[in-house]
Design a protein around this ligand. Structure first.
Ligand SMILES: C[S@@+](CC[C@H](N)C(=O)[O-])C[C@H]1O[C@@H](n2cnc3c(N)ncnc32)[C@H](O)[C@@H]1O
Length: 314
């Protein structure tokens, strides 16, 4: 599995670089990179001596990430004013998958079969489909969701079971979902999977506008634009309920959004929660326990868990 990383970058006066770099090395346990601010900002004659530098540090995406980001912000606020030319800017956050993502990730992204019928095919790879295959063409760009990550893969497997009413879901889901809500769509992979499996109306949201653009391209590539509606609309602003709600975001965020997610599940509907480190399973189950959903399955792969809940019809 590729480790998922986030790059946190800060712009600071050159004189502050050492102090900040030491702090970031200590906090992240990894090295940092130091660059002159981009050519967009400074003319060529001044780039050598650019008064501002960008310091980039790399953090594993885990439950500590938000606290790390807060700590970097607090460090900048506390120390920045001691340096001439410092202007507080929130650190920029960029998702990267594997340390060498920028150059190498495409060579690790090959067609992958998930469950019995879904196959994720990178746009640049050839694949000859077998009868019954449902092909998801994908170019995730910098958005999360190649399908190879266990959190995505387990969601797709759960989706397949729900739509095809196999295994644990047999008898629970006599009717396949028609409407789907995909919270944190990333590359759009889960929405496209749901569309291929037969969903008729899919609402896909992400807080990251860039992800929504990438997802839109992938949705178009898979000819499901008439089925998938993408936006950055916050979950709280969506109305109505859905036969299936999918959310592959981290445990803390799932629990923070528990009430909003639960209320979006229609009677006889499913809620599939992923992005959960296995040690956080109970934390998530407890967070959702007030909402009357029944636990029907927990999938586990590596350090990750994917929880499927069901709302009994009234
Ligand atoms: C781990 S990725 C999942 C991508 C894709 N759904 C998959 O399963 O591979 C999580 C995505 O959720 C988005 N996200 C995080 N918190 C969110 C929230 N509260 N509302 C909507 N999107 C959110 C992130 O921007 C990111 O694109």
């Amino acid at each position: 599995m590729n480790m998922v990383w986030t790059e946190i970058s800060c712009e600071v006066p050159a004189a502050m670089v050492d102090l900040l770099a030491d702090f970031l090395v200590e906090l992240s346990g990894n090295g940092v990179s130091i660059e002159n601010l981009s050519l967009d900002t400074f003319s060529l004659d001044t780039i050598e001596d650019s008064p501002l530098k960008t310091v980039k540090a790399y953090f594993a995406v885990d439950n500590a990430l938000e606290a790390h980001l807060d700590a970097v912000g607090a460090f900048l606020s506390a120390n920045g004013p001691d340096f001439a030319g410092f202007v507080f800017k929130n650190p920029a956050v960029n998702a990267i998958d594997a340390e060498d993502w920028a150059n190498n990730w495409k060579k690790y992204f090959k067609p992958v079969r998930i469950g019995s019928r879904l196959v994720i095919k990178p746009t640049w790879e050839e694949y000859s489909a077998s009868p019954g295959d449902l092909i998801l063409k994908l170019d995730p760009g910098m958005a999360f969701g190649t399908g190879g990550h266990p959190t995505t893969k387990m969601c797709l497997e759960a989706l397949e079971h729900i739509f095809l009413a196999e295994g644990a879901f047999k008898g629970v889901a006599p009717v396949a979902p028609v409407t789907v809500l995909d919270v944190g769509t990333g590359s759009g992979v889960l929405s496209i999977g749901a569309a291929k499996l037969g969903a008729e109306r899919i609402t896909a949201i992400d807080i990251d506008a860039d992800a929504v653009v990438v997802a839109g391209e992938n949705v178009a590539l898979n000819e499901c634009s008439d089925v998938v509606e993408l936006s950055t609309t916050p979950l709280q602003e969506l109305t109505g309920n859905f036969d299936l709600v999918l959310a592959n975001i981290l445990a803390e965020e799932l629990v923070r959004l528990a009430a909003e997610l639960a209320v979006k599940v229609a009677p006889a509907g499913f809620l599939v929660l992923s992005g959960i480190l296995s040690e956080k399973e109970n934390f998530v189950l407890d967070g959702f326990s007030p909402y009357g959903l029944k636990l029907i399955e927990i999938r586990r792969e590596g350090e990750w868990s994917c929880i499927s809940l069901y709302l009994e019809p009234r």
